[in-house]
Design a protein around this ligand. Structure first.
Ligand SMILES: [Fe+2]
Ligand SMILES: [Fe+2]
Length: 234
């Protein structure tokens, strides 16, 4: 008898106590006739990463941390302007909260793998906040156009990394069962989905209706591409 059934037992004319007692008896009887089952053996430890894999992992962690830092600062800048806007404040706060989670994860992965952060971290701090604040000052649609452009680039960037990682594992699928590669793939997949959700939110809130949308969109995407290129290397 399942717990769900027990919850509705009074409606069936069975008292909760009686039903619970019956369940206990059944459970005890079943236990007496059940052989102990062994849990599945844990996956064996992975082989050490090759120099090429390590280089990719380090580069990916460094640039992803920088991107998530920038995203955090963009939403911080937007929130500073819209924090009293009943419609926009919770929306921006929700996306910002997800960026905080993304940044925390990459901070911990950098520490775990002893990867140095980008040397340009202070620059991304200022640039991210200025971008968020500046577009928000232009109005809600411009802020959404900024989100749309940034999330398009970050979503595409994560998809590119996933392609490389999956290609890396095509002859050794066991690399996706546990270990560093699996953790990175799972993390990127989850965050990529969050970024694409942010992109949808921006489009739903009329990002494309912003004044000078095309210019803004191309400028911001160009800036993101440059930031990704530089952060992978410095
Ligand atoms: Fe993110
Ligand atoms: Fe995002």
């Amino acid at each position: 008898m399942s717990l769900r059934i027990l919850t509705h037992a009074p409606a069936l004319g069975i008292s909760r106590i009686a039903a619970t007692t019956t369940t206990r008896k059944l459970t005890t009887a079943a236990a007496a006739h059940t052989q102990p089952t062994s849990s599945p053996a844990p996956a064996p430890p992975q082989r050490p990463l090759t120099a090429k894999e390590t280089a990719f992992l380090e580069k990916a962690l460094r640039v992803n941390q920088a991107g998530e830092l920038g995203a955090n600062l963009i939403y911080a800048g937007q929130y500073a302007i819209f924090k009293r806007d009943a419609k926009l404040a919770p929306l921006i706060r929700h996306m910002w909260d997800q960026e905080v989670e993304h940044l925390d994860k990459f901070d911990s992965l950098l520490a775990k793998h002893r990867v140095r952060p980008t040397a340009l971290r202070p620059l991304w701090n200022v640039a991210g906040y200025a971008l968020g604040l500046g577009t928000a000052l232009l109005g809600p649609k411009a802020a959404m156009a900024c989100t749309e452009a940034v999330e398009t680039e970050i979503g595409g960037h994560y998809n590119n990394q996933l392609r490389v990682l999956l290609d890396m594992c095509k002859d050794e699928p066991e690399l996706l069962k546990n270990g560093e590669i699996k953790e990175l793939v799972d993390t990127i997949r989850k965050f990529r989905d969050d970024e694409l959700e942010h992109l949808d939110t921006a489009v739903e809130h009329d990002a494309k209706g912003a004044e000078g949308y095309e210019v803004l969109h191309n400028l911001i995407r160009g800036g993101c591409k440059a930031a990704i290129y530089v952060s992978e290397r410095i």
